[in-house]
Design a protein around this ligand. Structure first.
Ligand code: AMP
Ligand code: MG
Length: 337
């Protein structure tokens, strides 16, 4: 199969629609990361997404719809705070989990009685979703466990020859996945931190919880239990306090003939580069780090044999989401077992 990369225009959108109606998968740009979409109403189409990605069968997908799509037939009830959040943040990088009416394939939610719904703001995603005018089940368009894709080329690297079309909208401005918010209870609860922050949600809804999995409990957002975002090279993880050890690790790899590389925030990246180390710069703010994290992980894995992360010191806001992805990419996740 030839994999086409095309900007969203009348021709590529007509092709995308034809493919989705046939039950095929189409990759598309969003403002967070690229998605790999299929008709959420067709079991076989949804199954195809899981098999293409090698995604565990108990990790549910998000149903994507365009901004004017009426979601009321899909959801059983909407708490008043959820309506307010929708009006405040959608279209945008916020996924809302509702009690489901079971109108889409049960495979989308992996048998859960809830449905995650997202309305992306990317013009490419909107044009695609309007063209098909149905809920599109889509996870990130990467092989399971690999770094999420933030350019059409990243999607191509993972799926060339296996999917017919990638709708190219350029590099993703957000850079990390959407915030996943449980809207089934009394108050909204963040299941996965992302670009819409807890502070922003609380300012509209009055309050906002953060889900913490209890020992032995099945995670509410099953995807969070898996290793994720791993670059395809060796990795190491240090804090700024143990920079001496990190440098020793770098020099050992270099002496062994490898190509080590640091990944860290702006000031430190410059200081390391000035001393002759190869260092990738994640930027100086949470937003910048979100935008550059997957880009730099995908860049590093092409040339580095060892990627040495130095934990950024910034916290709060978008950094909650960045740190979640950062620690997972380096096998240091402490969110759950
Ligand atoms: P991805 O599309 O690869 O970013 O993954 C989708 C994320 O949304 C995963 O972390 C899923 O566990 C989560 N998710 C999707 N549907 C639901 C749902 N019904 N309830 C809770 N989490 C969900
Ligand atoms: Mg993913």
């Amino acid at each position: 199969m030839i994999t086409q990369i095309a900007r969203a225009d009348a021709r590529s959108l007509a092709y995308a629609k034809e493919l989705i109606f046939k039950g095929e998968a189409v990759a598309f740009h969003t403002e967070t990361v690229y998605g790999l979409g299929a008709d959420a109403g067709k079991d076989d189409a949804v199954r195809r997404i899981f098999s293409l990605k090698g995604r565990p069968a108990d990790n549910p997908l998000i149903a994507h719809v365009h901004a004017d799509y009426d979601i009321s037939p899909l959801i059983d009830r909407e708490p008043s705070y959820a309506g307010k959040l929708r009006r405040a943040f959608l279209p945008g990088p916020l996924t809302m989990v509702y009690p489901s009416t079971g109108k889409v394939s049960p495979l989308v939610s992996c048998g859960l009685n809830t449905l995650a719904i997202r309305v992306p703001s990317s013009p490419t995603a909107q044009a695609f979703l309007r063209a098909v005018n149905l809920p599109v089940a889509a996870p990130s368009a990467n092989r399971s466990k690999h770094v999420s894709p933030v350019t059409a080329e990243h999607v191509y690297d993972d799926f060339a020859g296996e999917i017919p079309l990638i709708l190219d909208g350029g590099a993703c401005a957000g850079g990390i996945e959407s915030t996943v918010l449980d809207c089934t209870g009394e108050i909204p609860v963040i299941l996965r931190a992302g670009l819409v922050t807890r502070e922003q949600i609380a300012s509209v809804a009055g309050e906002c919880g953060v889900y913490v999995k209890k020992a032995g409990e099945k995670p509410k957002s099953p995807g969070m239990a898996y290793k994720h975002y791993a670059p395809r090279c060796k990795t190491a993880y240090y804090t700024e306090e143990s920079l001496g050890e990190a440098e020793a690790c770098y020099l050992r790899e270099q002496a062994a003939g490898g190509a080590p590389c640091f990944l860290c925030g702006s000031g430190l990246a410059e200081a390391l580069a000035a001393r002759g180390f190869h260092a990738l710069d994640l930027g100086g703010t949470g937003e910048e780090m979100a935008q550059k994290l997957y880009l730099e992980l995908r860049r590093a894995e092409r040339t580095a044999t060892l990627l040495i992360a130095i934990e950024p010191k910034l916290r709060g806001g978008v950094m909650d989401g960045v740190m979640n992805r950062f620690t997972r990419a380096f096998g240091r996740n402490t969110d759950e077992a």
